[in-house]
Design a protein around this ligand. Structure first.
Ligand SMILES: N[C@@H](CCC(=O)NCCCC(=O)O)C(=O)O
Length: 246
């Protein structure tokens, strides 16, 4: 019998684990997809090279681009600074998945680095370090010396744009924040969905798409309790389920 649970492809990241090159996804992303009724599968970066990429993605009902401590290659948005934390394989797969999701209307949720990839894919640019931008003052970057539960605590508000999709949730929320890069020029066809009080773009969506939303914060934390996390994952899995049955 066809499994009614939508299959959600989660992009992996290159990591050295036990001294060996690996592909990895943090458990919290897998758990959040499971909790809201999705069927998570992990996509290694090599899926981008696969000659049957489209055949592989034909089995997928939704795509999740996770956060990552690595950064999008500067050359992808015309920047020239040296990037020490690259994951070129992740870039390649994420950009291919974004193009596929746009072409096929496949639901896609982009988190943190995922939002940055989404913005660059649609010809936007990034600030390599928001701390060097005059006017940004909210605590957007975590204190990595703190325990993880402190790093992922909500630290600033996001003000939701009334004309966007997130407006169905409400006007404002308090979110965590763990990022050094930030949206500079917003990509083509993208709608700003939420801003931090200092004007930093915190969420975007692709207009004329059933569900393609990127958020700079981490909804996969507290996915069971946080109301905005519930809203995002419920909507994401709802549209992925529709994709599966249509
Ligand atoms: N590297 C980018 C994006 C930061 C990011 O995704 N942080 C979270 C990584 C771990 C996780 O997925 O929770 C930047 O610094 O802006």
């Amino acid at each position: 019998m066809k499994n009614a649970k939508p299959i959600i492809a989660i992009v992996s990241c290159y990591k050295m684990i036990d001294g060996q090159p690996s592909q990895a996804v943090y458990q919290k992303y897998i758990d959040a997809v499971n909790f809201y009724g999705g069927n998570p599968i992990l996509l290694p970066n090599t899926a981008a090279d696969s000659s049957n990429f489209e055949a592989l993605l034909a089995m997928v009902d939704g795509i999740l681009l996770t956060g990552s401590y690595s950064n999008v290659a500067p050359t992808r948005y015309g920047a020239t600074h040296r990037e020490a934390k690259q994951d070129l394989g992740r870039d390649e797969l994420s950009f291919k998945l974004l193009a596929y999701a746009d072409k096929t209307n496949t639901p896609l949720l982009a988190v943190c680095r995922g939002l940055q990839e989404m913005n660059v894919h649609f010809k936007g640019t990034l600030h390599p370090d928001w701390r060097e931008v005059e006017g940004f003052f909210e605590p957007h970057l975590e204190d990595s010396s703190q325990p993880l539960e402190v790093q992922y605590q909500p630290v600033h508000d996001v003000v939701i744009e009334p004309a966007g999709r997130l407006a169905a949730f409400g006007k404002k929320w308090h979110v965590n924040s763990l990022h050094k890069q930030a949206i500079n020029k917003v990509g083509e066809r993208l709608l700003v969905e939420a801003l931090a009080p200092d004007g930093l773009v915190e969420a975007i969506s692709l207009s004329e798409h059933p569900f393609m939303i990127g958020v700079q914060w981490h909804p996969e934390l507290n996915y069971e309790k946080d109301n905005l996390s519930k809203f995002l994952f419920t909507e994401f899995i709802h549209y992925a389920s529709k994709q599966r049955t249509e």
